[in-house]
Design a protein around this ligand. Sequence first.
Ligand code: AHM
Ligand code: MG
Length: 336
Amino acid sequence: MADTHIVTIERHIIEEERRHPGARGAFSNILSDIALAAKVISRQVNMAGLVDILGRAGHRNVQGEAVQKLDVFAQDVMYRAMDHTGHLCCMVSEEVEDFIPIPDKFPAGGYVLLFDPLDGSSNIDVNVSIGTIFSILKKVSPEERGSLEDCLQPGRRQLAAGYVVYGSSTMLVYTTGNGVHGFTLDPSIGEFLLSHENIRIPEAPPRFYSVNEAYEERWSPGMRAFVDHLKGRDGSDGGGGFSSRYIGSLVADFHRTLLRGGIFMYPGDSRNPEGKLRLLYEASPLAFIAEQAGGRASDGRRDILEVEPAGLHQRTPLFLGAAELVTMAERFLAEG
Ligand code: AHM
Ligand code: MG
C-alpha cells in the first residue's frame, strides 16, 4: 500500500476546529452542511445534459417531479441544508433580494452565511465549469434572527470562505484563516477527500492574465496601459511573457488562478464603473482565499477585504491573484 492517508473533509474540519480552543462545533457543522449541499448540487449539475431528455424547467420529469432551473435548485438546496440547524441567524444569497432570516419555527444561532448558489449559470448549457461560493461571518447585532448590520461586515471579518467548482471533477476549496485546502469529490463513495493541502498561488511563470478584452474600448487609460504592459507592448521592464485565459465563469477562472498563478480581472469601465461582480458573496470570499494562499485581491485602489459594504448586492471591480501582479495593477490604475 502507498504510504498515504485518506483525509475526508469532515475529519479535516474537526482537526481545524481543535486549533481553536473554545470552539463548540457549530462552526464546523456549518462547513459540513455546506459540503453536503455541494454534493447534492454536484449530482444535479452532472445531470444537466439530460435535462432535454428528462424534461425542461417548468415541466415535470419522468419521475413526475417538477424540474427546476439549476440555479433555483442550488438556492433551494443551500437554504434547506441550513435553515433548521440552529447555527445561523440569517443568510444572504445572490438569488434573493433581502437577507433571509431563519424562520421562527427553527432555533437561530450565532453565524451568518452568505453565498452565490450557482455562479456562471449561463455556462451550464455548454458544459463549462460553474461554482458555488460561500462566506461565513459571526453575528454582531443583538437581533436574534439577524440584521443588515450582521450581513454588511467587511471581508476582513470572515471566519471562513470557500467555493465548490463543478468541473472535470467536483472540488471544494476552503479556508478558516489557516491556509487554503482543496478536496476532490470521490463520487463512488460520496466523500470529499483532501487532494490539495495548503495551496499557494505560484509566482513563477508561465503566467496568465484573465480578463474580458472585448470591453477594452470602455477601459480607463490605466487599465489599458496595464494590459499592454502584460503583453510586452510598452517595452518596459517586467512586461511580456504572459498568456491569456478567460473562461467567463468566475469560480473556474479563480480556481485556475489559484493553482496556476497569474491575475484575474473584472475592472470597472465607462459603462459599469463598479464592474459586474458582487462584493459580499463573490469578491470577498475569493479575496480571503487568495490572501491565505499568499496572493491579494484589490478593487484597484484598496484591499477588497477592507471595503465596508453598503448594500447586500453591491458590485465591485476585482483584481485577484498573485500579490505582485495585483499590486502592479493598482500602480497602473493610479496613473489614470
Ligand atoms: P452571473 O451572475 O450572471 O452568472 O454572472 C457572473 C459571471 C461570472 O462567473 C464571470 O466572472 C462573469 O459573469 C463574466 O462576465 P462577462 O461575460 O461580462 O465577462
Ligand atoms: Mg454570481
